[in-house]
Design a protein around this ligand. Sequence first.
Ligand code: FAD
Length: 406
Amino acid sequence: MSAAPSNSRGVTDFCVIGGGIVGLATAMQLLQRNPGASLVLLEKESALAMHQTGHNSGVIHSGIYYAPGSLKADLCKRGERATKEFCTEHGVPFITCGKTLVATSALELARMDALVQRAVQNGIDVEHLDATELRRREPNIAGLGALFVPATAIVDYRQVCAAMARVIQSLGGEIVLGARVTAIEETADQVTVRAGARTVRAGHLIACAGLQSDRIARLAGLTATHQIIPFRGEYYRLPSEKNGIIRSLIYPIPDPELPFLGIHLTRMIDGGVTVGPNAVLGFAREGYRKLSVDVGDVAQYLFFPGLWKVLARYRKSVRAELAGSLFKSAYLKECRKYCPSLESSDLLPYEAGIRAQAVTRDGTLVHDFLFLESPRTLHVCNAPSPAATSAIPIGQLIAERAGGVQ
Ligand SMILES: Cc1cc2nc3c(=O)[nH]c(=O)nc-3n(C[C@H](O)[C@H](O)[C@H](O)COP(=O)(O)OP(=O)(O)OC[C@H]3O[C@@H](n4cnc5c(N)ncnc54)[C@H](O)[C@@H]3O)c2cc1C
């Protein structure tokens, strides 16, 4: 991979930590905004997109859920368009199949009306479907009513990342795999980053380290009062003969108090259908198997007061999610609310994802993006879903904040 040129003092203009979609989009935007700049991206794994970006639902969201005027709503709406444009330009396949949000109770019908208001305020087209029209469009789905969001699409974010990496390299950036950052030192005129045998001296450091973002911020000497808590998102996949069971993506109406969207039926770009994800406390930030445990990760959150407050505040949904994780029958019951024909034998194993959820000491689940900064470093400390959709405008925002070449 090409080596980024540094200036006469051996200082590279930008160092980016993290080869997930946020790090890659940021690196791409930095190089596009600063033609001729030097940039090194350090990724600890042997390939790109090995964590959240490579273990998600693959949905390009429209931004219907988010509070009007919030950064999350704005970035998602812009991201939906930017991701589709990027895919079109770089030959990455995507399908705009739309999303159907299905209400299965009177409470969900009321929440659905609130979502329509949000959609209007966010400038997103939605169609209201009654139960009959829902059945006509989605013969295998049952509900009291539904909202159809036509702009929602599906993509493989690993392919998006591969295309971004090609752009970065074509602009002279260097991507170093297998480079785990273990030390960061900031002085008045540069930041020194150590990753194995490699030392990068950079004008600016941008850290997009996902599940490790709080640790990287602390490594750089910043005071991070929040902590990343890993929430597993467990999926199943349907047998291939059921791939035609849905035409659009099928989502429940979400509980506005919770940051997760609920178990959905998702068409994947490879033609398969996944079911999930749920949201259960993980015992390892980067362990994908059901029984993965990282003693360090667990010890760190057990001593963090924010975790206990979250568990107490959301105890009802914590119990329900845990039941779904332990018992397939409980998981199936959730799916059957809107897809009654599903059987236990339809739920085949599929790899889990792990969300990096920032939690504050008072037990608040951080819903929006969270950045920490020092004069020469910027840390993305919370990039919640739909950050894969929003990555391109997030990269633009960070590239503007990070300043230019000196
Ligand atoms: C189950 C699940 C489903 C989701 N579904 C969707 C969806 O459908 N649509 C959507 O828009 N969003 C979705 N999201 C959210 C989205 O996937 C994430 O918000 C996004 O991928 C975050 O990207 P990232 O680059 O910040 O993090 P990551 O992809 O986790 O990348 C961080 C990178 O930093 C690297 N790193 C960490 N520490 C170091 C170190 N010390 N040295 C070097 N490198 C390091 C890691 O190895 C990793 O590659 C989902 C997330 C999950 C978990």
